[in-house]
Write a protein that binds this ligand. Structure first.
Ligand code: PLP
Length: 499
């Protein structure tokens, strides 16, 4: 009869109910690790789901889910009458003796990396934007994280009503929607909006719905880029773009940004024949500079003469607090060399994962064909709901409300920083974050760590740089209530003075 593990198993299965990883997943991972490290050896019978659930104080369903997963992956076997036992033959990729020695989880990762492509390996090594952390005290979210919109001010109630109405009344019609570029009424609404608000020159036929900027950028890189092609990348610049370009095998050429935006002369000196140029002209990420009109015209003219594509990322330009934003590059491009990227991540909320591309008319077919094979179309229900949100006037109303809210938060943050610190600030009246320049000699990664310890999520500018940059911290204000701003800046100032 198989050996039976009854008691003692809970010692090796410590679960963390507060952790964001679901309990069944934690249980599955603990059991899998115990099997790989031979704490549970082949043939050992696991406790019944009922008794393990009661030993661990969790629901039986949670245990069932974990066991099912182990069963599906071949770590355990289930036999009628003898319960669940540890498999004699483990999944073959995990059988190497080297992996089960010190830290099997880590070594499994190492093992997998050996099997990755060069691109995959390069991507794994590309820095990710760190996840928002929580302070230990009361599990509060850290404040001032850049790029986060005021999700609490989003009209959630209205959004759920629109979802319910669509689900009730027209879901059946939507299920057979076959427009490869995306839901046409939404593309029409977007075209109507960006023609007026951003000066983009397009019709709905040029708009392709994608899974946020990230999905669109990956698609554009696949359509336009060959491995090894040189690409000018703003430095410092957006990590999401950097990652997608690395994923496409691009040869990245970091180009500095000055007070007028991307430094074209520096780019030409480094690499006179780029295949693509990635820019955020309306609000350079992360520095916040707006590209001057002279620079825009020069960039367009040079790109046109050189046969280079320009990828224009217009991620948050709805939020300009004074005057009108400069027309998008796409709107003054007469040679059809600009691919324009819009996203709803900032203007609505990031989990929506909806964005769009505006591509020159003669590229539409190619983009749609390539997208067909990579299968990243976006869900139809969300598109239909967003179309209603735009067509019924809620979208423009939301932008107007957020503009005045963010303007107020920005002004409060600037005033508080000026009161508490003598550091230089760059806070253009646009977007959702500002730059706090640090005094010479202060390391921004260290400053960011010190700030994190007092509940401030200020990202170091150096995180976004390929070559050296001035030290600075990015502070997002859009999601921070004015009352929290004063207190937060006070804590930040204290932490920075202590360095
Ligand atoms: C420069 C820049 N572009 C685009 C995006 C939006 O990305 P997505 O639409 O993939 O959420 C962000 C979001 O942080 C950004 O900072």
């Amino acid at each position: 009869m198989a050996n039976q593990v009854k008691s003692g198993i809970t010692n090796i299965l410590e679960l963390q109910p507060q952790d964001s990883t679901p309990l069944y997943r934690q249980l599955y991972e603990r059991l899998r690790l115990a099997i790989l490290t031979k704490q549970l050896i082949a043939g050992v019978q696991l406790p019944s789901t009922r008794s393990l659930a009661s030993e661990l104080g969790i629901s039986r369903n949670t245990v069932l889910l974990a066991y099912d997963q182990l069963l599906a992956e071949g770590y355990v076997e289930g036999k009628v009458g003898s319960g669940t036992t540890v498999a004699y033959v483990l999944p073959e990729t995990l059988l190497s003796p080297a992996k089960t020695k010190s830290n099997p989880q880590f070594e499994h990762q190492q093992y997998s990396h050996k099997r990755l492509s060069q691109r995959g390996t390069a991507l794994v090594k590309t820095p990710l934007i760190p996840k928002p952390l929580q302070t230990s005290k009361g599990k509060q979210q850290r404040i001032f994280r850049p790029g986060i919109s005021a999700v609490d001010a989003f009209p959630h109630e209205l959004w759920s009503q629109l979802i319910a109405r669509r689900a009730r009344n027209s879901l059946q019609n939507l299920l057979t929607d076959h427009e490869l570029a995306g839901y046409r009424p939404l593309r029409e609404a977007i075209a109507a909006h960006i023609v007026v608000a951003r000066g983009v020159r397009c019709t709905a036929d040029q708009i392709i719905m994608v899974a946020g900027f990230q999905g669109g950028f990956d698609l554009a890189a696949r359509v336009l880029l060959d491995p090894g092609d040189p690409v000018w990348m703003e430095d410092p610049g957006y990590l999401g773009a950097r990652g997608a370009l690395i994923g496409a095998g691009a040869n990245l050429v970091p180009v500095p940004v000055d007070t007028e935006g991307l430094d074209i002369a520096a780019g030409i000196a480094k690499c006179p024949q780029p295949r693509l140029i990635y820019v955020t002209p309306s609000h350079q990420f992360p520095l916040g500079v707006t590209m001057s009109l002279t620079r825009r015209l020069a960039l367009l003219e040079w790109a046109n003469q050189n046969g280079t594509w320009i990828l224009e990322d217009d991620y948050d330009s709805e939020y300009r607090f004074v005057g009108r934003p400069l027309t998008a590059l796409q709107g003054i491009d007469i040679s059809n060399c600009v691919i324009y990227f819009g996203t709803f991540s900032k203007v609505l909320f990031p989990a929506l994962r909806l964005g769009y591309l505006v591509v020159p008319p003669d590229l539409v077919e190619a983009f749609i064909a390539v997208r067909h094979f990579i299968g990243t179309r976006v869900p139809i229900l969300e598109q239909a709901v967003l179309a209603d949100f735009m067509n019924e006037g809620h979208f423009n109303r939301h932008i107007r409300r957020m503009r005045s809210l963010y303007a107020q938060r920005r002004a409060t943050l600037v005033a508080a920083l000026e009161r508490e610190l003598e550091f230089e600030i760059y806070a253009p009246e646009t977007g959702m974050h500002l730059v706090l320049w640090l005094p010479p000699g202060m390391d921004d990664k260290l400053a960011s760590q010190q700030a994190a310890a007092v509940g401030i999520d200020a990202m170091p500018l150096s995180l976004f740089s390929i070559t050296e940059t001035k030290a600075g911290l990015l502070l997002g204000y859009a999601a921070v209530d004015v009352h929290e701003i004063h207190d937060g800046v006070h804590r930040l100032a204290k932490a920075l003075r202590a360095i």
